[in-house]
Design a binder for this molecule. Sequence first.
Ligand code: ATP
Ligand code: MG
Length: 191
Amino acid sequence: MLNIVIFGAPGSGKGTQSERIIERYKLMHISTGDVLRDNIRRGTQLGQTAKQYIDKGQLIPDQLMIGILADVLDQNRQAAEHGVIFDGFPRTIPQAEALETMLAERGTAVSAVIGLEVPEQELIERILLRGKQTGRSDDNLETVQSRLQVYHNQTSPLREFYVGKGLYHPINGTGDIDEIFASIANVIDKL
Ligand code: ATP
Ligand code: MG
């Protein structure tokens, strides 16, 4: 089984590259952002809670998020038989530790972490453009600032966490989408 974490700041291209990865490697895509936005659209209790955090650019609390992820994994055992690409999870050290446990309980583990590295100015430009094109409510200048802050404080320490485990593969996330994918495939093919 191939379990890949796609890692990077908001706007680094995790969703875009995940689409290509699932196609080539027949993995199941779990995007926690998509799961939350789907709940917001359907007006569920979880969606109402999540919206309060997302609109402020904050993270959903770890215990809630970890529970959601366990549910998604359990509901998709069949689809996940070749493995999973985790997009947007883990975002904190406790989430990474929980992921380790959850995968171990299911007899598997993280195979690699693909880190999309993009300079901050470009992240902001991409997110503001996406906000204009899609109307995504958290893609505005004010929320972006707090998302980047949260990324630096809570998420970027995961880089060292996974470097320490020998799982981190940095990828230059700027330039042509196909070329970025080629560098990612080059890593995955060697796993
Ligand atoms: P990208 O642009 O690369 O797709 P993103 O950071 O813009 O990434 P999502 O991954 O879609 O966007 O997440 C959107 C929001 O959902 C986050 O800002 C956060 O509030 C919430 N969220 C998503 N995943 C998690 C998580 N693992 N833990 C806590 N909150 C999360
Ligand atoms: Mg995304």
